[in-house]
Design a protein around this ligand. Structure first.
Ligand code: ZN
Length: 370
């Protein structure tokens, strides 16, 4: 039996192991992909740490399980029922495996559904030399997009969906974006290329705030050395006293949620993306939402495949350059160094990419400059 190297969660405790595993075989409507690049998501960090969320969501019974869901690779085998995707295709993966029979899918919201499953959470993921996935969630990449960039399109899609919302009405508007994580930083870049006129970013780690500036943040404030009242005053000063048209909440902390509902103007939009450590989380319901007439938009995933389509075009055309957010590339076998980077606080990284192949790793290192 042919085997491959894979990063496997074996025990309900911190860490994971590099193991030899059989190369998967495709189900009739699945494909097998040779991984060219894969990136570490916050979700992988939760599972790696085996925090209460992963203990409940995945559970010890599912172990051993291969981690990972953000990927770019080449299809090496296609099941007998596959029609759209063929051997040789260069693809990335939508993580949300939708059920076309769910009501939300039938109404066009494929990314949220009662029977939705998640790659790398509900079954084996892509931190391996090969992995298998349903044809239905394969997205063909433009060959102009290098693998380390194609791999990060999944979180980039969160950013694009968060920035554009349901109506994509952002050109010429003002926006607050909170947080230092890769998706906050991607969102700054997307907002910039989509014509947001003024991007106000709140972060707390110097490296990440610098990346946000590279991605196009116009104004910034460090949340470590400012109060909520000072941040609100700053935003009002820069928006003619009105507040911003759109506030993207991308932290999930009480301060960030309070900031966003205070800073959004009347009849504006607050986009809720950050996941709170504890929920319910208090919100100024009367003044922040009702009397403001504001819209609250929750983001879970990406618009399938609207955000993929837009991002592929933006990336292939060179309009959007997300590479400042990719701070580190490692060989897949050095995944522990990658996770250490992601866990380290104060934060000294944004997106971390892993590559199984030595040559791909060398080429990506050269392009990223790390
Ligand atoms: Zn992800």
């Amino acid at each position: 039996m042919a085997t491959m190297k894979a990063v496997v969660k074996t025990k309900p405790e911190l860490g994971a192991e590099l193991q030899d595993k059989p190369i998967p075989e495709p189900l009739p409507d699945w494909v097998v992909v040779k991984v060219r690049a894969t990136s570490i998501c916050g979700t992988d960090v939760h599972i790696y740490k085996w925090d209460p969320w992963s203990a409940e969501r995945i559970g010890v019974k599912a172990l051993p399980q291969i981690l990972g869901h953000e990927v770019a690779g080449e299809v090496v085998e296609a099941g007998a029922h596959c029609k759209r995707i063929k051997v040789g295709d260069y693809i990335s993966a939508e993580t949300h495996i939708y059920d076309p029979g769910d009501l939300t899918s039938m109404l066009g919201s494929f990314h949220v559904g009662r029977h939705m499953k998640i790659l790398g959470v509900d079954f084996d993921g892509c931190f391996a030399e090969y992995f298998a996935l349903p044809e239905s969630i394969c997205w063909p990449n433009d060959p102009a997009i290098p693998p380390e960039v194609a791999a990060i399109q999944e979180p980039l899609g969160n950013a694009t969906y968060a920035v554009l919302g349901e109506d994509a009405d952002v050109a010429g508007k003002t926006m607050v974006i909170t947080g230092d994580g890769p998706i906050s930083l991607f969102a700054v870049g997307v907002a910039r290329v989509c014509g947001v006129a003024k991007i106000i970013h709140f972060g707390k780690y110097e490296l990440n705030m610098e990346i946000a500036r590279k991605m196009g943040a116009d104004l910034q404030m460090n949340t470590n050395d400012s109060t909520g009242a000072e941040r609100l005053e700053f935003v009002l000063d820069h928006t003619g006293g009105n507040g911003v048209d759109i506030a993207l909440e991308m932290v999930g902390s009480q301060n960030s949620v309070d900031d966003c509902f205070a800073m959004v103007r009347k009849a504006g939009r607050v986009t809720a993306f950050g996941i709170a450590a504890e929920s319910p989380l208090p919100v100024d319901y009367n003044n922040g939402i009702v009397f403001k007439g504001c819209q609250v938009h929750g983001i879970n995933g990406r618009k399938i495949f609207d955000t993929w389509y837009r991002n592929r075009n933006l990336l292939a055309a060179g309009r959007l350059d997300p590479t400042p957010v990719i701070t580190n590339v490692f060989k897949l076998e050095d995944f522990k160094a990658g996770f250490d980077k992601m866990i380290e606080r104060p934060r000294k990284s944004a997106k971390v990419v892993l590559l199984p192949d030595e040559q791909e790793y060398q080429a990506a290192s050269k392009r990223i400059g790390g």
